[in-house]
Design a protein around this ligand. Structure first.
Ligand code: SAH
Length: 292
């Protein structure tokens, strides 16, 4: 059955532009699995737009997260990238290798979150994908760990999340990942995509964003403490910093202009200043005043 279908599929693929037939066949071979967040893109125009948004050059290493049935992969293969798709679903992997045998040495079957990215590329790389929405935050935390290698990211996410990541301070959607990503990347919201562009259609609308690594090599403060301060204050986002900072710094003394604000009012630079102040507070005491 599989052999027959893959023969048909390559015939259809080479001899016709009938994406509908191609998609039906793809979906017979890769049954969408909810637990893997599988909503396959069915609109080739959207795949083209996503691929075109990646600021990569020929020969650059591009990691695609979750190629699925390959709608976006096909567009990426048209560009001469060093493309490394990472897919967790063995059914998709089998389908993709059948369709593009040239991916044999490149397609990685596994969990992106568990991948040692430095082993894939010890130089710079780009990340692209229609992300599995249920793990998109974890993907970004992983990207942040490897931030000095990541030149750019173009990805599709749940629309609200995409908007939140690209928002500036002051909006109530602005959160932990917005600050952390904006510390090291310029984040742009590109366009929205309707549920009807996928099979099966997701319950939510989608949005595509682009992240470009900025020039910041090191923040002007202790970076681990910065991350703790951002997480600690946003975990109690309705409180003033004066109160929420106690989750990071036990004994608060003295005064500082940002203590009367709420975390969503602070930009990256403000969080850097706050972190410097917290470091100074702790350093001026005989014992550590940080919470474990
Ligand atoms: N890019 C495809 C599929 C998007 S659906 C398209 O646009 O049509 C999300 C894809 O991510 C699925 O193929 C799913 O199997 C894959 N996926 C889910 N969790 C993953 C993980 N942890 N690591 C790698 N791929 C994953």
């Amino acid at each position: 059955m599989y052999g027959f279908l893959s023969c048909v599929i390559s015939e259809v693929f080479v001899s016709s532009k009938n994406t509908q037939i191609l998609l039906t066949l793809a979906l017979m071979m890769v049954r969408p699995k909810k637990r893997l967040g599988q909503h396959f893109l069915t609109d080739p125009g959207i795949a083209e737009q996503i691929a075109a948004a990646l600021p990569a050059n020929e020969g650059d290493t591009v990691i695609e997260i979750g190629p699925g049935t390959g709608m976006l992969t096909g567009e990426l293969l048209k560009k001469a990238y060093h493309l490394l798709p990472v897919e967790i679903d063995p059914e998709s992997v089998k389908y993709l290798l059948n369709k593009w045998p040239e991916l044999e040495q490149k397609l990685i079957e596994g969990d992106f979150l568990a991948l040692e990215l430095r082993k894939l590329s010890n130089g710079p790389f780009h990340v692209i994908g229609n992300f599995p929405y249920n793990i998109s935050s974890q993907i970004f935390f992983r990207i942040l760990q490897f931030r000095d290698q990541v030149e750019s990211v173009v990805c599709m996410l749940q629309k609200e999340v995409a908007q939140r990541l690209s928002q500036s301070p002051g909006s109530k959607e602005y959160g932990i990942l917005s600050v952390l990503l904006q510390a090291w990347f310029d984040v742009e919201y590109l366009f929205s995509v309707k549920p009807g562009s996928f099979f099966p259609p997701p319950a939510v609308h989608s949005g595509v964003i682009r992240l470009k690594r900025n020039k910041t090599m090191a923040l002007d403060c202790d970076e681990n403490l910065f991350i703790q301060v951002v997480k600690g204050t946003f975990n109690q986002r309705r409180k003033m910093i004066r109160n929420s900072i106690r989750s990071v710094l036990l004994n608060l003394e003295g005064d500082f202009d940002l203590l009367e604000k709420r975390p969503e009012q602070l930009g990256v630079e403000d969080f850097v200043r706050l972190t410097q102040w917290v470091s100074g507070q702790a350093a001026s005491r005989p014992t550590s005043h940080f919470k474990d």
